[in-house]
Design a protein around this ligand. Structure first.
Ligand code: F6P
Length: 342
């Protein structure tokens, strides 16, 4: 078979491990010819391909990013984009397309699948907000990076008796904030799922600091928002999938905490550091399992599916189901575990 592979959306540690697994099993076990599309859906629309074989995949397992490149291109937002994508796949005689991405990239795969393209999806996002799978690869790495950073912030915050606000990624869901906040011993964790009350945040910090010299780390997800009318916030540009560019709530929160409490405050925005670099062993294994499962699904002719992790097993779920519901932070984890330490 001629099998296309693409990676779309924000990059994510473990993408190369998926590509390597698809290629290794596809080429050596099934005798496939693999075709890499450059820069996500953009490469399919523009008919740009990259060589992809076992040789090309040597040494990429521990490397972050994606050897295929990625983009947030949505063919359905480009005039004639979806037609151009289908034409490329036909011209290149692609029998099946392994699409590695988050809800947006997989949403496009789902639409093209409904229009007759043979697609298999692999879930990817450091945000861990895809409901059809228990966990996405990249999340574990991002949490580890954020936890390491919080550990470092503790010692400098303690030395200066400061509040340090650490802003982590998480557009709609606060999984990274919650996990890294629990693992790093945060005094407060603020997530997009529940608008925060700045007064309560400051009161809790004051109670904590009243006990003595007591520096605090406040972990905030970039998508967190204050309760309506309690604090002014700014917003950024919007991409082809309608998502706003985030990053800024940490600064606004640190300023507000300092203004209201008088505690000297600083902010650290971890940003893309969370997405760069080598994946953890957990993510390498999960990504490898997903890649193997994806090429198996291709050869079973089981299209329109996404591979997913459920109860430790790799299963296949309909792509349509995979892109409909956002997985937000488990309230029990937040309120019964994380909050005990606030
Ligand atoms: O891929 C998800 C994500 O990392 C979000 O957490 C974040 O809001 C967004 O991507 C950032 O996107 P970009 O790299 O395009 O700025």
């Amino acid at each position: 078979m001629r099998v296309g592979v693409l990676t779309g959306g924000g990059d994510c540690p473990g993408l190369n491990a998926v590509i390597r697994a698809v290629v290794r099993k596809g080429e050596t076990r099934f005798g496939d010819e693999l075709v890499g599309f450059a820069d996500g859906w953009r490469g399919v629309v523009e008919d740009r391909v990259l060589p992809l074989d076992v040789e090309r995949c040597r040494g990429i397992l521990p490397r972050g990013g994606t050897i295929l490149g990625t983009s947030r291109t949505n063919p359905y937002k480009i005039d004639g984009g979806a037609e151009a994508a289908r034409a490329t796949l036909e011209r290149r005689q692609i029998d099946a397309l392994v699409t590695i991405g988050g809800e947006d990239t997989l949403g496009v795969a789902n639409r093209l699948g409904a229009e007759g393209v043979n697609v298999v999806g692999v879930p990817k996002t450091i945000d861990n907000d895809l409901s059809a799978t228990e966990v996405t690869f990249g999340f574990h790495t991002a949490v580890q990076i954020a936890t390491d950073a919080i550990d470092r912030l503790h010692t400098t915050a303690e030395s200066h008796d400061r509040v340090i606000v650490c802003e982590v990624m998480g557009r709609h869901a606060g999984w990274i904030a919650t996990y890294a906040g629990i693992a790093g011993g945060a005094a407060e964790i603020i997530v997009p799922e529940e608008p925060f009350d700045i007064e309560t945040v400051c009161r809790k910090l004051q109670e904590r600091h009243a006990k003595g010299r007591y520096a605090s780390i406040v972990v905030v997800a970039e998508g967190a928002r204050p309760r309506e009318g309690t604090m002014s916030v700014t917003s950024g540009e919007v991409d082809q999938f309608g998502h706003q560019r985030l990053g800024g709530i940490g600064n606004q929160l640190a300023e507000e905490i300092e203004r209201r409490t008088g505690f000297e405050s600083r902010v650290t925005i971890l940003g893309h550091v969370q997405r760069g670099g080598t994946p953890t062993a957990f993510d390498r294994v999960l990504a490898t399992r997903f890649g193997i499962a994806a090429i198996d699904a291709v050869h079973d002719g089981d299209f329109g599916k996404m591979v997913a992790l459920r109860a430790g097993e790799i299963v296949r779920v309909p792509l349509a189901e995979a892109v409909t519901e956002l997985k937000t932070v488990d309230p029990a984890l937040f309120h019964e575990v994380a909050e005990i330490f606030f």
